[in-house]
Design a protein around this ligand. Structure first.
Ligand code: FES
Length: 193
């Protein structure tokens, strides 16, 4: 037999425990919102600049900038080359505007025809020659060659040049991986400034 008194006492005790639990709470309290003060503190560490966003994000070490080669020629190259290369996209040359030039590869002992939408490096490799290269993007000088008797900019166009100074170009050096002919010439491959 179930004792009704015991059942009643048990129910009352259960209700008391539940009531005490909810009235005393869990003890957890939300922490203070410090996001605004963190933002203000970080902002105070960034020097004042007149640059509009997003340029000033790199100030104070936040953003990377490309290394600028030392030397007088370097600064001139940065500006001059950007202008020269700007807008030059060899893949945009129309079929009927493709021209070919006789290029003599001195060390290989041969003269071949290279189109103005083909790099000096690619054309040489098509002949089966083992020409030097690394990045193939105009960012190192591994593929560099020297055009004989003249300023390289008068005989080739670079689609990208991040490695050669203007002085180097004047001495005939070019990056064969991104150099497209605009005239006939003789080149010594594997020559670096
Ligand atoms: S392979 Fe690096 S610039 Fe040509």
């Amino acid at each position: 037999m179930v004792d009704p008194v015991s059942v009643a006492v048990g129910a009352v005790l259960t209700l008391v425990v539940v009531a005490v639990h909810y009235t005393s709470g869990t003890g957890w309290e939300p922490s203070e919102d410090i996001s605004q003060s963190v933002i203000e503190q970080r902002a105070s560490t960034v020097p004042e600049t007149e640059f509009p966003e997003p340029y000033n994000r790199s100030i104070g070490g936040g953003g990377g900038t490309a290394a600028i080669p030392a030397g007088e020629g370097g600064a001139e190259l940065e500006e001059g080359e950007e202008e020269e290369d700007e807008g030059f996209d060899p893949s945009a040359i129309a079929e009927d505007e493709v021209e070919h030039y006789e290029i003599e590869y001195a060390k290989e002992g041969e003269t071949i025809e290279v189109a103005n939408n083909e790099t000096i490096l690619d054309a040489g490799e098509d002949e089966g020659w083992d020409l030097p290269y690394a990045c193939r993007q105009g960012q190192c000088v591994s593929c560099s060659g020297q055009i004989q008797d003249g300023n390289a900019t008068e005989r080739i166009r670079h689609s990208n040049n991040e490695a050669l100074f203007e002085d180097d170009l004047e001495d005939g050096y070019c990056l064969t991986c991104v150099a497209y002919p605009t005239a006939e010439f003789t080149i010594e491959t594997g020559e670096q400034p």
